[in-house]
Design a protein around this ligand. Sequence first.
Ligand SMILES: NCc1[nH]cc(CCC(=O)O)c1CC(=O)O
Ligand SMILES: [Mg+2]
Length: 332
Amino acid sequence: MTQAAFPDLRLRRTRRTGWSRAMVRETTLSPSNLIWPLFVCDGAGAEEPISSLPGVSRWSVDRIVDRARDAVAAGIPCLALFPYTQADRRTEDGSEALNPDNLMCRATAAIKQALGDDIGVLTDVALDPYTSHGQDGLIDATGYVLNDETVDVLVGQALNQARAGADIIAPSDMMDGRIGAIREALEVEGFCHVQIMSYAAKYASAFYGPFRDAVGSRGLLKGDKKTYQMDPANAEEALREVAQDLAEGADSVMVKPGLPYLDIVRAVKDHFAVPVYAYQVSGEYAMIEAAVAAGAGDRDALVLETLLAFRRAGASGVLTYHALHAARLLNE
Ligand SMILES: NCc1[nH]cc(CCC(=O)O)c1CC(=O)O
Ligand SMILES: [Mg+2]
């Protein structure tokens, strides 16, 4: 394409007024692009602030339903739930994940009972909120996370969530083969409408610290998750991960963390043309809040700019702890 040259070409011409900028805007951001992660805790009427995530709390089941109502009112289409499991319910094998009366199931059922199809509930499949060692799966004597044995438990966890009413099963564990195994089990049990959003390209990241506080696994985790989560150096491998999960029946895929991995979001979108989500994770949220607290930036502007950047990179939506705030800004 040949392009006119200055002064005929003045790229500032279309930027001069608000109406004109609106006309040439290439990317949109709306509340329907947001998924709001929420942390559930025991008790009634409870709100527990999380110190490393200022502005984010854990909520008891009754109050989670109020948060779900807030989300519906703001136009957010989906919640992502994570449990804070008391230490005395955590075990080496994470069996609380299979308890039909666990926090996740109670919260899911309560939201679905109150709001039905007014909002989607996405549930996290992985064992780290339930294990005494904080790893996402079963471990051997050396601490290595076992793949196939873990997948068997994850299938049970996914079915447990589906029976409680989960709309989207979201495996965040990075075991090989779990998408196919979960899909097959869901079909057999008649959950053919339950979707799977795979955390397909999830990296072993330093940005997950505050989340581990939020679900109570920070003090428990020894070492790291590098034997199953991806190496931040790798991009081609992310495409292989996504290809595998799509072949096994994932309805949508996720890239995680978010902003440092926008190149991966774009590559996945370009290669596969499927719904791609990004997770703006806890450490990214905390960085924005720290910048705001330090007077280094304006919260509203930082939040909306980062979320728009995900959309520009090709994301259908973003999981973000700022979801309610952002949705309300977008509705103003
Ligand atoms: N299954 C673990 C899981 N699911 C979501 C997050 C992180 C989310 C965040 O940091 O906001 C993690 C942390 C980890 O892998 O250790
Ligand atoms: Mg994989």
